[in-house]
Design a protein around this ligand. Structure first.
Ligand code: NAD
Length: 490
C-alpha cells in the first residue's frame, strides 16, 4: 500500500476498488487525492472508478447472488454479519483514527462511529433470520401466505460526513435481507468504507456480496444511479442530488430510499429542565462541526426563558476547544475549503442582514494554515423566515428563535421545507404528546435529542428530508420486497 501514512491494522490499498472479492485499480487507471481537512495536506490517493468499474461491480454482485452468497440461509447470513461486527469491534481505534483524519471529526466521535458500525452489524446480524411473512385469511379452498425476498443488487450512495456509520447501516440491512451491494462512498472521505470492505471479506463475507467503487459524483455516482442492473437505490446526501437519484431510479422503475437534509428544531418550553437540555441544545448542533443531517440547527425558545437559554448556550460556545481532529478537542474543521466557504457565506449573510451574534467560539492561534476551520456561531433572535433559519448550512451555526405559546412554536417548527428530526423539552406530558402528533418529521425526541444514535430506531424524513426509512427493523422491509402466494387446494 503506497499510503503508509494512513494507520490501519488491516492492510488495504486506498488506490484500489473492491470488486468481486478482489482489489484492483480503476479501469481507467486514474486516482484522486484525498485531503486531510485538519491541515489541507494530501492524506491518501483513491481510485477514480468510473462506468466500467460500476459495470464490473454490478456484474460481481449478480454473480454473488447466483453463487455462495445467494445460497446462504438467513441464519448463515446473520452469523457472517455478526462476525464482521466483532472484527470491527476489534479495530475501533484504527477505524476512529482513520475517520478522524479523513473527515476531520474529533477522535472521540470517530470512536463513537466505529462502535455504531459494529452495533449495526450486530443488530442486523441478529435480525437476519427474524423477518417473516404471514398467513392470510382468504377464500375457502385456498391457503394464502407472504414472505420477504431481497431486491437483488442494491446500490448505496453515501456522503462524506459519516461514511462509516451511514455505509454500515445501509449495507448492514441490505446484506441481512440477502441483497448484494454496490457501495459508492463520497470522493471527499471514503477510507473507512474501504477498510470496512477489507474487514468484511476477512470476516468471511463471500466475494461479490459487497463491492466498493470510489470515484467522482458525476462518474461512478451517476453510473451507479443509472445502472439497469441495480434493483434498489439507497441514497444519503443533499436534496438536489437526491432528486437526480430519484429521476435516475425512475428511468429503471426501481425503488429508492432518500435520506436528505434537515433544518431540525429543538423546542424549549419555559417549564423545561434547562440543566438537562443545555448540553443537547449545543452538542446536537455542533457535533461533527454541524455537518450532521439531523443537526439541531434551530433552537426555538419560549420567550420567558429566552435570555437565560441564550446566556447559557453562549457560555458553552465560548468554552469550546477547536483544533485538528486527532488532537480530540470539542470540534475539528469542516470537510473542505468548499464547505468552509459555504459556511462563511452564511455567516456573512447573517452579519449583512443585521442579525446579532449571541456567541462565537474562538479559533486558537497556530491552527494549520491549510485546515478548514470555521468559528462556531450562535445567532440571536433570528426571524423564523430568514435564510439562516430556513436553509441547511451544514456547518457549526445555530439560530435562536423566540416564540410565545405552543401554537407559534409548532408553526415555526413545521415552517421549513424539511422534516427530519425534532426535539421538545417540557415537563408537561400532555404537551409533549401533542407536539409528537403535530410535528412534521420522521423522528421526534422528548427531553432528549438523538437518543445516543439509536441504531434500533427507524430514521428518515418527510418533505424535502426524503422518504423511506433506514435503521431499525424498518430498514429490513425497505431492503426487501413482499411476495404473496395463493395456493388453491380445494
Ligand atoms: P451530495 O448529495 O453532494 O453527495 C452525496 C453522495 O452522492 C456522494 O457520494 C456523491 O459523490 C454522490 N453524488 C453526488 N452527485 C451525484 C450524482 N449526480 N449521481 C450520483 N451520485 C452523486 O451530498 P454531500 O455534500 O456529500 O452531503 C451533505 C448532504 O447530505 C446534506 O444535505 C446532509 O443533510 C445530507 N445528509 C443526510 C443524511 C440523512 O441520513 N438524512 C445523512 C448525512 C448527510
Amino acid at each position: 500500500m503506497p499510503q503508509d501514512a494512513v494507520p490501519f491494522a488491516i492492510r488495504f490499498d486506498t488506490e484500489q476498488l473492491c470488486i468481486g472479492g478482489t482489489w484492483r485499480a480503476a479501469a481507467g487507471g486514474q486516482t484522486l487525492a484525498l485531503a486531510n481537512p485538519s491541515d489541507g495536506r494530501t492524506l491518501a490517493r483513491i481510485a477514480r472508478g468510473g462506468a466500467a468499474d460500476i459495470d464490473a461491480a454490478v456484474a460481481a454482485a449478480h454473480a454473488a447472488l447466483a453463487g455462495d452468497w445467494g445460497r446462504m440461509s438467513a441464519a448463515e447470513r446473520g452469523r457472517v454479519l455478526g462476525a464482521i461486527g466483532r472484527k470491527v469491534q476489534d479495530h475501533v481505534e484504527p477505524l476512529a483514527m482513520l475517520e478522524a483524519l479523513d473527515v476531520g471529526k474529533p477522535l472521540k466521535q470517530g470512536r463513537a462511529d466505529a462502535l455504531a458500525l459494529a452495533r449495526y452489524l450486530e443488530f442486523y446480524g441478529g435480525a437476519a433470520d427474524k423477518v417473516h411473512g404471514d398467513t392470510l385469511p382468504f377464500q375457502n379452498g385456498y391457503t394464502a401466505l407472504t414472505w420477504r425476498e431481497p431486491h437483488g443488487v442494491t446500490g448505496h450512495i453515501v456522503p462524506w460526513n459519516y461514511p462509516m456509520q451511514i455505509g454500515g447501516r445501509s449495507v448492514g440491512a441490505a446484506l441481512a435481507m440477502g441483497n448484494a451491494c454496490v457501495l459508492k462512498p463520497a470522493e471527499e472521505a471514503c477510507l473507512t468504507v474501504l477498510a470496512f470492505a477489507r474487514i468484511a471479506s476477512e470476516a468471511g463475507l463471500p466475494a461479490g456480496a459487497l463491492n466498493v467503487v470510489t470515484g467522482l459524483r458525476n462518474e461512478a455516482g451517476a453510473a451507479l444511479a443509472a445502472h439497469p442492473g441495480v434493483q434498489h437505490l439507497s441514497f444519503t446526501g443533499s436534496v438536489a442530488t437526491g432528486m437526480l437519484i430519484q429521476a435516475a431510479a425512475a428511468k429503471n422503475a426501481v425503488p429508492v430510499t432518500l435520506e436528505l437534509g434537515g433544518k431540525s428544531p429543538q423546542i424549549v418550553f419555559a417549564d423545561a429542565d434547562l440543566d438537562a437540555a443545555l448540553p443537547h441544545l449545543v452538542n446536537a448542533g455542533l457535533q461533527n462541526a454541524g455537518q450532521t443531517c439531523s443537526a439541531a440547527s434551530r433552537i426555538l425558545v419560549e420567550r420567558s426563558v429566552f435570555d437565560a437559554v441564550r446566556e447559557r448556550m453562549a457560555e458553552r460556545y465560548r468554552a469550546l476547544r477547536i483544533g485538528p481532529a486527532t488532537d480530540d478537542f470539542d470540534m475539528g474543521p469542516v470537510i473542505s475549503k468548499r464547505q468552509q466557504s459555504i459556511v462563511e457565506h452564511f455567516l456573512a449573510l447573517g452579519r449583512d442582514s443585521g442579525l446579532r451574534i449571541a456567541a462565537q467560539g474562538t479559533l486558537p492561534a497556530g491552527l494549520p494554515a491549510g485546515g478548514c476551520y470555521v468559528r462556531p456561531t450562535l445567532f440571536d433572535a433570528v426571524p423564523a423566515d430568514h435564510a439562516l433559519a430556513q436553509q441547511e448550512i451544514f456547518g457549526p451555526v445555530q439560530v435562536l428563535i423566540a416564540f410565545d405559546g405552543e401554537a407559534e412554536a409548532l408553526r415555526i417548527a413545521n415552517g421549513t421545507a424539511f422534516g427530519l428530526v425534532a426535539g421538545v423539552w417540557t415537563r408537561d406530558g400532555g404537551r409533549a404528546l401533542r407536539k409528537a402528533r403535530a410535528l412534521k418529521c420522521g423522528q421526534m425526541f422528548v427531553n432528549n435529542y438523538g437518543a445516543g444514535g439509536g441504531v434500533e430506531l427507524p430514521f428518515g424524513g418527510v418533505k424535502h428530508s426524503g422518504h423511506g426509512r433506514e435503521k431499525g427493523f424498518e430498514a429490513l422491509y425497505g431492503f426487501s420486497t413482499l411476495k404473496t402466494v395463493a395456493i388453491h387446494h380445494g
